[in-house]
Unconditional design. Structure first.
Length: 203
């Protein structure tokens, strides 16, 4: 009977040990599972911000175009099919910076050759999209009584004393002017002619 009691005690001890070991293993497994870092979600690729510009005038396909934010002028021109046969390419080369960054809702106007020649387009070194209203331009000319060397039409320039058709072409080709004296410096007119017209012209 004593041997049987000892056997029971040993069996009970083994059972308690086995149960305790199972509990420890279970706890360790839970702890390890909790300690493992939660995987971070894969970053989703955000679409690039876009801008919409309006390009017209001397281009093949005028209209509105969607471009990536930070796009350059040459990219907008490419979208519009490039300069058309009517575009004033010399004017474009002088006044437009092809590497200029564009902004949303920007308006770009490429003048046609006839618009530059007859003075309906206001030539300005740093202006990309300014086209004066015809009425405002005429009012300005009438109010001052002076003829603009930058915006005056062929007929207006030809009306100046000492200025003939050939000189008119030179004046238009040399635009824009930052001072009237450039007519002398660039040898577009001589000193005698300049003295005759200097009080009749403006920038």
């Amino acid at each position: 009977m004593c041997v049987a009691s000892i056997g029971c005690v040993i069996a009970l001890a083994i059972g308690i040990y086995t149960y305790d070991q199972h509990i420890r293993d279970f706890v360790n497994t839970r702890v390890q599972a909790q300690e493992q870092p939660t995987p971070e979600p894969m970053p989703t690729k955000q679409p690039a911000p876009m801008i919409i510009i309006d390009i017209s005038g001397g281009v093949v396909r005028p209209g509105t175009y969607e471009l990536k934010e930070g796009a350059r002028l040459f990219e907008a021109l490419k979208k519009a099919g490039g300069l058309s046969v009517l575009a004033d390419r010399d004017f474009y080369a002088r006044n437009f910076n092809a590497s200029k960054r564009l902004t949303d809702q920007e308006k770009i106007y490429i003048p046609r050759t006839d618009e530059v020649e007859n003075g309906t387009f206001l030539e300005a070194k740093y202006c990309m999209d300014q086209i004066p209203e015809q009425g405002a331009q005429e009012q300005s000319l009438e109010g001052s009584g002076l003829i603009s060397v930058n915006t005056g039409s062929k007929d207006e320039l030809d009306s100046l004393p000492g200025i003939g058709p050939a000189t008119v072409e030179k004046i238009i080709a040399g635009r824009p002017y930052e001072s009237l004296e450039e007519l002398l410096q660039e040898k577009i007119v001589g000193e005698k002619t300049f003295e005759q017209i200097k009080d009749l012209i403006s920038l």
